[in-house]
Design a protein around this ligand. Structure first.
Ligand code: HEC
Length: 401
């Protein structure tokens, strides 16, 4: 179908742009955080002209010297570079990507079998509401006295995101749910730039140009927002790539898994923030790594325990296994899928013959165990068909020991 072909191209181009702008945004942000945290005591002559700290680096065959001023430089430069369009274009291309993948193909990707909403049109409204109200809640919190207590605020943000992760899983398909938490955090980050950081910088430049003392409370407020952005970075990137990992988002308590992963990543970020300031605390990285291991071992234990239980299920003949797959998978996983909206075998997974099943057994197992496949259970696969097929897949050589 021509629409499918057009959507595929749109999604490719927009995703590519989103990656490029995102790299520019996160890259610039990481670079400035590093600069700021690594400033060294400047020589006396620099201090006299109001330089707070400096840092030297070599890149691409040239030596660079960065100076940070306490306030204004002695003479204002002809051009002052602002970093904001990286953030805005990342958000804009991200919005187009949500439209191309999740709104134009809402039936396949946005709605799931056990969600509160099963109608694709309503799910799109729910998605818009989720993102707008999620941003509003954060912006309102920033206008309460909580903003004077950065530690308490951080706890409040964690609780807020936990509730929203749970809500997302109720509203959207599992895969879309993770993406929505990431999209919401990305929206909050872009909002921090647009609504807080850039206005504070404008006010700063204006005050300094007019020879006035800049408003310290505005700067403090912008600092709080940029600290949140700093800790959001790694978790957001995780949400964005999570759609490749059904073994995580397909878990029964996927929202807890998400919050756990995001917390560990934000904690790992803390190590780097401290290190730039000269406080090297490897214990943080080790703790974060151990936390990952605990989750990995726990999820693995759960899965393989399940395998043992399932292998007592009916033994399928090759013929019957193929029948189940043809009934539930091949409408999409064929060279020319008959299910509307697909132009080629999705994910490159062809499931026509026993040989195909053998080749893809390991990936099929993950997709079926997590209830990720059949997508949205559109083909109505039953629990017993599921466990029978899993038992059959375990006998396939394609599955690693
Ligand atoms: C309604 C269409 C549809 C049906 C039915 C369907 N799939 Fe899929 N499948 C998809 C789509 C779309 C993707 C790609 C999703 C993505 O990119 O994450 C996919 C991806 C996969 C993957 C690759 C996942 C990965 O990234 O490793 C496997 C394996 C898979 N499906 C197995 C199955 C099995 C087994 C069945 C039948 C029990 C099935 N699918 C039924 C649409 C479908």
């Amino acid at each position: 179908m021509i629409e499918t072909y057009v959507i595929d191209w749109l999604s490719l181009i927009v995703r590519w742009l989103h990656l490029i702008t995102g790299i520019a945004w996160i890259g610039a942000s990481l670079h400035f955080i590093w600069l700021d945290n690594s400033l060294q005591e400047p020589p006396e002559w620099k201090k006299e002209v109001g330089i707070k700290g400096d840092i030297w680096s070599i890149h691409g065959g040239g030596i660079y010297e960065f100076n940070k001023y306490h306030l204004a430089p002695p003479s204002w430069p002809a051009t002052l570079h602002w970093s904001m369009w990286e953030a805005y274009t990342t958000w804009i291309t991200g919005s187009f990507l949500i439209i191309a993948v999740y709104y134009l193909q809402a039936q396949s990707y946005l709605v799931g079998p056990d969600n509160w909403i099963s109608d694709p049109g309503s799910a799109i409204w729910a998605s818009l509401g989720y993102l707008c109200l999620g941003l509003l809640g954060y912006e309102l919190a920033l206008r309460t006295p909580l903003k004077h207590h950065s530690g308490l605020f951080a706890v409040a943000v964690v609780i807020y995101l936990t509730v929203l992760s749970w809500l997302s899983v109720q509203l959207f398909s599992d895969r879309a749910a993770y993406l929505h938490v990431g999209a919401l955090m990305g929206t909050i980050m872009a909002g921090n730039v647009f609504l807080g950081i850039i206005p504070a910088q404008r006010a700063f430049v204006k005050a300094v140009e007019a020879g006035n003392e800049p408003d310290a409370s505005l700067a403090g407020f912008a600092k709080l927002r940029s600290t949140h952005n700093n800790y959001f970075t790694l978790p957001v990137l995780f949400c964005m790539i999570s759609n490749h990992y059904p073994f995580l988002y397909g878990h029964q308590y996927n929202w807890i898994v998400l919050v756990y992963m995001m917390s560990v990543m934000a904690y790992a970020r803390h190590f780097f923030n401290l290190r730039h300031r000269g406080e090297v605390k490897p214990a943080i990285l080790i703790q974060a790594f151990v936390a990952f291991l605990i989750l990995a071992v726990y999820l693995g234990y759960e899965r393989y325990e399940q395998v043992d239980r399932e292998s007592s299920a009916h033994e399928l003949t090759d013929q019957r296994a193929l029948e189940i797959v043809h009934q539930h998978c091949t409408v999409c996983h064929a060279e020319n899928p008959t299910f509307s909206g697909f132009a080629a075998a999705p994910g490159g997974v062809l499931l026509n013959s026993l040989a195909d099943i053998n080749t893809s057994a390991a990936r099929m197992r993950v997709a079926i165990v997590s209830n990720y496949m059949p997508l949205g259970n559109v083909t109505g696969m039953t629990t017993s068909e599921r466990s029978d097929l899993l038992g059959f897949l375990d006998t396939q050589t394609g599955l690693p020991e």
